[in-house]
Design a protein. Structure first.
Length: 86
């Protein structure tokens, strides 16, 4: 299943508690000016750290690969948002 085929939750909604959603109330929806990973400062910091760690790992892999084969590695590119879905 491709989670992007289901664009309503959690991508748009912010209210998961109410029995009924008031679609006229702006608080029902998340702030769409920010990516999901940046909705709170702590969450953004976590994803930025993940990016820096993946970037460092990719650079290390490229150095090891270049030394072993004399060229660069394709490898996994740095990322903020990972997924186990393909």
């Amino acid at each position: 299943h491709d989670l992007n085929q289901y664009p309503v939750m959690p991508w748009v909604l912010a209210d998961y508690e109410s029995a009924h959603l008031d679609l006229q109330d702006a608080r029902t929806f998340r702030d769409l000016s920010k990516p999901v990973g940046a909705l709170t400062p702590a969450r953004l910091a976590e994803f930025r750290e993940r990016y820096l760690e993946s970037k460092a790992a990719a650079e290390e892999e490229a150095r090891e690969d270049a030394g072993a084969r004399g060229g660069g590695a394709a490898g996994v590119r740095p990322f903020m948002y990972g997924t186990h879905y393909s």
